[in-house]
Write a protein of this length. Structure first.
Length: 180
């Protein structure tokens, strides 16, 4: 698989200025503040319009919409916090839909890797597989998994959690800065 050419330098710089502080704040406070994510959405749209005119507007709005739609579903399932949704929406607004998909894949791989390391360190493999089975069964029956087990609710604090903005930052930075 060949990676697409890197986005323009202004896009790469703006994405870096969004995801690096978000990761640091999420690690320190376990929150991603609105004062970072919400202006980033507007800056992403403005920058894309400046660079690509009307095409840039649609490019930005498609990235924003795709990112928001996917992450909002995870939020509704209590598997993701609202700050993560807004951060990924901002990344989508800046990166556009194609690059956002690459960022999503890299973010997911990073999250899975770190998650497995945390599970191994805590000795929670069996419980994790039981939770995965519960999630699949609940969703198959049209039920919300977090109502069956509070550990599956990211808001409860009972389950294992990781600062997702760090994974988003990793996925974004690798996607935009990796050599081609």
């Amino acid at each position: 698989m060949t990676l697409p050419p890197p986005p323009p330098p202004a896009i790469r710089i703006l994405l870096s200025l969004i995801v690096i502080p978000a990761a640091a704040l999420d690690l320190k406070t376990r929150r991603i503040p609105n004062w970072l994510s919400l202006p980033a959405v507007g800056l992403g749209v403005i920058l894309n319009v400046f660079l690509f005119e009307t095409d840039g507007l649609w490019f930005s709005l498609k990235g924003l919409g795709l990112a928001f739609a996917i992450y909002f579903v995870l939020y509704l399932l209590h598997g993701m916090g609202a700050g993560d949704v807004k951060l990924m929406a901002a990344v989508g607004a800046v990166a556009g839909p194609g690059y956002w998909i690459l960022i999503l894949i890299l973010t997911s791989l990073a999250g899975a890797t770190v998650g497995l390391l945390i599970i191994a360190a805590k000795g929670r493999f069996r419980r994790t597989f039981e939770n995965i089975l519960l999630i699949l069964i609940s969703l198959r029956h049209g039920q919300l998994p977090y109502k069956e087990n509070p550990q599956l609710d990211v808001r409860s604090g009972e389950g294992l959690r990781l600062p997702h903005a760090m994974m988003i930052a990793f996925g974004t930075l690798v996607a935009i800065w990796a050599p081609r």
